[in-house]
Design a protein around this ligand. Structure first.
Ligand code: GLU
Length: 300
């Protein structure tokens, strides 16, 4: 219920500029934008460009141009994670002072050889938790997890619970190559923007308990979450540059938006035949309850 005291709605879309906007990423852009607009809220854009080797130059600009071409309008300045490194360092310092992060010397190979597989690759067995042998070189920084059940109620997917320690293990906050981990950056940035609800693809559902764990340790609020079904190809792979999703330019903005709305459970009436008509119709038609309660789906 939205009473006088309820927070204003602040949402966001946070693409990684690893490839052009395509049907899959458009779905997350559209779902997050319409959820914000339908509540008279703000909608921000954040470019998640921390992993620079995976972000070809010009890709962020091409995503922004495609969003503009589709008629998206965002609020405020665009946030670039690559310009926010001191904020991530500060969060790490805070966790370090609290004594809940530690250096880890294990290579991927060592972890794979000494662990069972969990929900997101091998479960880190805690090898370096109690300190490194003197001859070992620190590589990454990890955060201590616990074995209590961590649950949240997702606006689309229902109740999701995880035991971080047994399903994932202590996870990385700064990688061996010095790059801050997505899990840390996203939590710091969502709090900085005052995000009240995160609407994004269900490929990130498994990351959410890690993010809630970090919010709790950093003393940050936990927003609401709603994870949209992710478009997959016939082989069940998420549409992406790697799986050769056609770029938006292949279908054109209006057709792409209409398809995305259809996939999100809102088939547009035939008379929605211009971008202006689309943007007039879509925020009023939007109802999160109509979004298919699935984690994946194939394009319509
Ligand atoms: N940058 C992430 C991605 O493109 C999304 C992060 C998020 O929405 O939390 O997969």
């Amino acid at each position: 219920m939205r009473g006088m005291t309820s927070l204003p709605y602040i949402g966001r879309f946070a693409p990684s500029p690893t490839g052009a906007l395509h049907a899959g990423s458009l779905l997350a852009a559209l779902g997050s934008c319409l959820q914000a607009r339908s509540q008279q809220g703000q909608w921000h854009l954040r470019i998640e460009d921390l992993d620079t080797p995976r972000c070809p130059p010009g890709t962020a600009d091409s995503i922004l141009r495609d969003l503009e071409r589709c008629g998206f309008e965002w609020d405020g300045e665009i946030v670039y994670q690559s310009r926010r490194l001191p904020a991530y360092q500060q969060a790490l310092d805070q966790l370090q002072q609290a004594g809940i992060i530690y250096p880890c010397a294990c290579s991927r190979r060592e972890i794979a050889d000494s662990s069972i597989s969990g929900i997101d690759g091998p479960v880190y067995p805690g090898t370096c938790r109690n300190g490194l042998a003197p001859e070992r070189t620190p590589r990454s920084l990890r955060i201590v997890t616990h074995s209590e059940l961590l649950c949240f109620d997702d606006g689309i997917q229902g109740r999701i619970c995880q035991r971080l320690q047994s399903e994932l293990g202590d996870f990385v906050l700064r990688r061996a190559d010095g790059v801050f981990a997505y899990q840390l950056a996203v939590v710091v940035d969502d709090a900085e923007l005052g995000i009240t609800e995160i609407v994004r693809g269900a490929d990130l559902l498994n990351s959410t308990p890690r993010q809630i764990h970090l919010q709790q340790l950093l003393g940050l609020p936990t927003p609401r979450y709603a994870h949209l079904p992710v478009l997959v190809n016939q082989q069940g792979q998420k549409l992406s540059k790697q799986t050769l999703a056609p770029p938006l330019s292949a279908v054109g903005p209006l057709a792409a938006l209409r398809q995305a709305m259809h996939a999100l459970g809102h088939p547009p009436p035939a008379e929605i035949d211009t971008l202006a008509a689309f943007w007039q119709w879509a925020p009023t038609a939007w109802d999160m309850a109509k979004v298919p309660r699935r984690r994946t789906m194939t394009p319509v």
